[in-house]
Design a protein around this ligand. Structure first.
Ligand code: FES
Length: 276
C-alpha cells in the first residue's frame, strides 16, 4: 500500500502551474494541468537539472539547463539530450488536498489521475536502452564509469576512400580520422560521436618518436560536463585511432567551451534519434 504524503492544497497551485514539494526527503516537481495533478522527480536524467524551473507547455516540461523535455504524466524523456525517464509518482486529490506517494520508479508508475502512457512509446526505438541493460565499461578509461554498453570499434561503415586518404606529405587526412571516429558510438544513443557533433577539431603532426608515423590531437566535447559515458568515449576514441598503422600516438583533449547543444548534430544523427 503506497504511503501518501500531504503536499499542498489544490488552491495553492495555479492551473496550469507547478511547484516544488518534498516527499519522504525526496524533492518532487508537482504539476497542475487541466484539472489534474502530476508528480515527477525534480531531476533531469541528463545531468541533474531542476525540472520545476523549466518551461511548462501542455504536458511537457523543458529542462532549463540544456533543453531536454519530459512528459509530466509519466516522466518519459521526450527529447535529447536526456534519454532516460525521470521517476513519476502516485498522486491523489481528496477534499481539496493533494497527496503524493513516491512511485516505484523510471516513469512506469503513472498516478491515479494520470493519463497513463508507457514512456517507451515516446522514445525512438534506438534510444530506448537503459544503462541497466548494458554490460561493460571501457578498460582504459581514465576515471570510473558506470556499466555501459561497449561501442564497437572497427565495425562501422567507414568509407574506404576516406579511410585511406592522405595529404601530399603522406599524412592521414583529418577527413580520414573523422571517418575512423565514426566507429565510436555513444553507448546509450548508439549514434557515432562525429554525427553527434562531439568532435571539435583534429590535428595531425609527424611523430617525433616513431619516424613515418603520426601524432593525432583530437578536441572533443561531451553532451554535459558530467556525461556518464565520457570515460568510455575517450577510451574508445583513443583505441580506435591508435589501432591504425600510421598512428603513433593519440591525444584526446576535452573541450567544454563552446558547450555542446543538440544543434551540433548532423541530419543523419537527428534521423537516427527520431528528432525532427
Ligand atoms: S541537465 Fe537537463 S538537459 Fe542537461
Amino acid at each position: 500500500m503506497p504511503e501518501f504524503t500531504r503536499v499542498a492544497d489544490v488552491s495553492e497551485i495555479a492551473d496550469p502551474g507547478k511547484m516544488l514539494v518534498e516527499v519522504d526527503g525526496d524533492v518532487v516537481a508537482l504539476f497542475h494541468v487541466e484539472g489534474r495533478f502530476y508528480a515527477i522527480d525534480d531531476v533531469c536524467t541528463h545531468d541533474g537539472g531542476p525540472l520545476v524551473d523549466g518551461e511548462l507547455t501542455g504536458y511537457k516540461i523543458a529542462c532549463p539547463r540544456h533543453g531536454a523535455k519530459f512528459d509530466i504524466r509519466t516522466g518519459a524523456a521526450l527529447s535529447m539530450p536526456a534519454v532516460r525517464p525521470t521517476r513519476s509518482h502516485l498522486v491523489k486529490v481528496e477534499d481539496g488536498v493533494v497527496w503524493v506517494a513516491l512511485g516505484s520508479g523510471s516513469g512506469s508508475t503513472p498516478g491515479p489521475n494520470n493519463q497513463a502512457a508507457d514512456f517507451r512509446s515516446y522514445l525512438p526505438t534506438n534510444t530506448a536502452a537503459s544503462a541497466s541493460e548494458a554490460t561493460a565499461s571501457a578498460p582504459d578509461a581514465s576515471v570510473g564509469s558506470p556499466a555501459l554498453a561497449p561501442s564497437t570499434p572497427g565495425t562501422a561503415g567507414t568509407s574506404p576512400a576516406a579511410e585511406t586518404a592522405t595529404n601530399e606529405a603522406g599524412i592521414p587526412s583529418e577527413e580520414a580520422v573523422r571517418e575512423w571516429l565514426k566507429e565510436v558510438k555513444d553507448p546509450e544513443l548508439f549514434v557515432n560521436i562525429v554525427d553527434l557533433g562531439l568532435i571539435y577539431g583534429v590535428t595531425l603532426s609527424p611523430s617525433a618518436d616513431a619516424p613515418g608515423k603520426h601524432h593525432v590531437a583530437i578536441d572533443m566535447t561531451m553532451t554535459s560536463p558530467a556525461c556518464p559515458a565520457g570515460p568510455q568515449l575517450i577510451a574508445d576514441t583513443k583505441r580506435t585511432v591508435s589501432s591504425r598503422d600510421s598512428i603513433a600516438a593519440v591525444e584526446v583533449r576535452i573541450v567544454m567551451d563552446p558547450p555542446w547543444t543538440p544543434d551540433r548534430m548532423t541530419d543523419a544523427a537527428r534521423d537516427q534519434l527520431g528528432i525532427f
